[in-house]
Ligand binder design. Structure first.
Ligand SMILES: [Zn+2]
Length: 304
């Protein structure tokens, strides 16, 4: 994992194991921030809340911080009357993440799925969808991010469309791609029925810097997905599970899987090829701290 103070951000991304951060939206929500449905607006109206969370992730040992831009795209912003603020949101989000990261972490421009929001507005043209992906990627790169992370992509079709659109504008920035898989007959597939290992193999062959899974139901599901993905034989997999399936408790949403559960599983994920490891919905700085502890042991054990 290297000594953070001695590594520049791009070198941090090239390490043999890279600890990502945890959730943004659910963590901000747990901290009482309104605007859960469009947390990207917090970059504009409550930048300190975003910065505080990202600083906690860096203190917990995260080596890459995701910008708070998961839903920042022209369609989702249009639905709340803020389509003209996409570039400003990306610029502020990158600045906040860079401030939090300092010299200890890289900054990944975070891009979530867009087709759903386009369809909601009646837009179905692939070229408009490609253009929306390019727009976010360019806005984030102009804002100075070190790399781009496409995540929670529901289908192979959208993953390939998004990756192709972004690669055209990405200059030399690494592009990481993570999909959302469902379990079908014991194996993991996208919404368009592509097997998880095929998805990762295709993205690798097209030039993705890393590929894998996020936002699955929890630690056990991530281990099972990685069983499928290990068949690819590629040591650049992404593993970013939720803290379990969300439950209602006393009128609040609660994620049941704690830091220790993550710490107990991560050695196995690394053995199966996971290299970029973090947390999705329901995780927080304590999950990242627990992962860091084990990842440091793994790196230490590898040293001669
Ligand atoms: Zn998630």
């Amino acid at each position: 994992m290297g000594t953070p103070e001695q590594s520049s951000p791009p070198a941090l991304l090239a390490a043999s194991l890279v600890l990502l951060d945890g959730a943004t939206a659910t963590a901000l929500h747990q901290r009482g921030q309104v605007g859960f449905r469009t947390p990207e607006i917090l970059n504009l109206v409550a930048p300190e809340a975003v910065l505080d969370l990202q600083r906690e992730y860096v203190r917990a040992g995260a080596q890459a911080i995701l910008t708070n831009t998961f839903g920042a795209n022209r369609f989702r912003l249009a639905a709340i009357g803020r389509a003209d603020q996409l570039r400003e949101i990306c610029r502020l989000a990158a600045r906040i993440a860079r401030t939090a990261a300092g010299q200890s972490a890289a900054v990944l421009g975070d891009i979530g799925p867009i087709r759903f929001y386009a369809n909601e507005l009646g837009v179905h043209s692939p070229s408009e969808l490609r253009s929306a992906y390019s727009e976010v990627a360019e806005s984030l790169l102009d804002a100075g991010v070190d790399a781009l992370l496409l995540e929670t992509l529901p289908s192979l079709d959208e993953a390939c469309l998004a990756f192709g659109a972004i690669r055209e504008v990405a200059r030399d920035a690494p592009i990481l791609v993570s999909c959302f898989f469902r379990r079908v007959d014991g194996h993991f597939r996208t919404a368009d029925n592509a097997a998880a290992a095929d998805v990762v193999r295709i993205l690798r062959d097209r030039g993705a810097y890393a590929a894998g899974a996020n936002c699955c139901l929890g630690v056990g599901e991530m281990t099972a997905i990685l069983d499928d993905l290990s068949a690819v034989g590629w040591g650049s997999l992404i593993a970013k599970p939720n803290a379990g399936l969300p439950q209602q408790r006393d009128g609040r949403i609660f994620y049941p899987e704690g830091p220790e559960k993550f710490a107990q599983a991560v050695r196995d994920w690394v053995d199966k090829g996971a290299r970029f490891i973090g947390g999705c919905c329901g995780t927080g700085p304590e999950h990242i701290r627990a992962l860091r502890r084990v990842l440091e042991q793994i790196v230490r054990a590898r040293q001669p």
